[in-house]
Ligand binder design. Structure first.
Ligand SMILES: Nc1ncnc2c1ncn2[C@@H]1O[C@H](COP(=O)(O)OP(=O)(O)OP(=O)(O)O)[C@@H](O)[C@H]1O
Ligand SMILES: [Mg+2]
Length: 313
């Protein structure tokens, strides 16, 4: 395992669920991931970094949406890169997408049920014949989905079309769909972006409950640093396709390499250390609140009401 910055980093490796070793990804001549090593254990893990750092690409490689040219990804010791996407879901990988991918003219319940599809034992013939085993399985799956929707405040919307919901609610449906697949590792790509304060509260309460009940390994990409630092005891920082810092929230937010990375992406420093937003990728939808005098990066990003960004991959 490389990439842990010396100092306050505290990474427990012995219980690691998911290990990434020397991951490389290029799109044409664009080297997006350049030898990324990461381990993730049960609990909340943050993956942060400026826009375009390669965060979503890490999730895409783990879940089989993008191929890496080199490297290994192991889940509980099993090689994920040889598996199809569905096999990875069966192996325990659940995910959400940065821009929600729901079937907008299907109901919230139907979208959520898709998360359990790979667990169904009875096929379409049983469904056509309405065999009792199939009906029992379907009833059970609906109950599990309804319980999960309820945890995220969506039970009353279960029979609405997903397209009728706000973006925030659609993102919560994606989280519910990822969790009903019985994952051991859940990849959440900016789940709080576009959510109002009440929805963020619902999201965090639901995630904390389920993580504790199932000892899940949750990996969360999020631009809201305050959210990440309050939720995740371990944070990894990606910059230009490399892990530049890793460890506790206190460690990474005071690491000069991290501060420097953000300064280069939409922020500039004045004499005396005060930094301001400048035109750049981050300025599209984030602004800086403050940086403490001694150089601790805190509350750096705050969402404004700008439009949601599309998926970059
Ligand atoms: N499928 C793809 N084809 C070509 N280029 C891609 C693809 N996916 C990602 N990229 C490029 O790889 C780089 C990293 O993208 P990625 O989406 O992983 O960044 P990110 O850290 O998730 O950024 P953001 O915070 O903006 O979501 C970007 O330059 C992006 O344009
Ligand atoms: Mg992304």
């Amino acid at each position: 395992m490389a990439g842990i910055t010396s100092g306050a980093a505290q990474v427990v490796e012995s219980t690691a669920s998911l290990g990434i070793d020397n991951m490389h990804v290029s799109f044409g001549g664009n080297h997006v991931l350049q030898g990324v090593d990461l381990t993730f254990a049960p609990g909340f893990n943050g993956l942060i970094g400026p826009n375009g750092a390669g965060k979503t690409t890490v999730f895409n490689v783990i879940s089989g949406y993008v191929r890496s040219s080199q490297g290994e990804v192991r889940l509980h010791g099993k090689d994920l890169l040889r598996m199809s996407r569905t096999q990875r879901v069966k192996a325990g990988i659940g995910r959400t997408f940065q821009a929600p991918r729901l079937i907008l003219d299907a109901t919230v319940m139907e979208n959520t049920l898709l998360g359990r599809h790979h667990l169904f034992r009875w096929g379409h013939l049983a469904e056509l014949l309405l065999l009792p085993q199939q009906r029992r399985e379907e009833t059970n799956a609906r109950q599990i989905c309804m319980d999960m929707l309820d945890r995220f405040g969506l039970a009353d919307d279960a029979h609405e079309e997903a397209g009728a919901l706000s973006l925030g609610s659609q993102k919560l449906v994606e989280v519910a769909r990822a969790l009903v697949s019985d994952p051991t590792v859940v990849l959440l790509d900016e789940p709080a972006a576009g959510l109002g304060a009440d929805d963020v509260t619902v999201l965090l309460r639901g995630l904390r409950e389920i993580q504790a009940e199932r000892n899940l390994c949750v990996i969360i990409i999020e631009h809201d640093l305050q959210l990440v630092t309050s939720l995740c005891p371990k944070i990894s920082v990606l910059h230009f396709g490399e892990i530049i810092s890793e460890g506790s929230p206190e460690h990474v937010t005071s690491d000069p390499a991290v501060i420097e990375a953000y300064l280069g992406h939409g922020f500039e420093a004045e004499e005396g250390g005060e930094i301001h937003e400048v035109e750049g990728p981050l300025s599209e939808h984030h602004h800086i609140d403050h940086v403490e005098e001694e150089g601790t990066l805190e509350e750096v990003w705050t969402e404004d009401d700008g439009p949601e960004k599309g998926e970059s991959s």
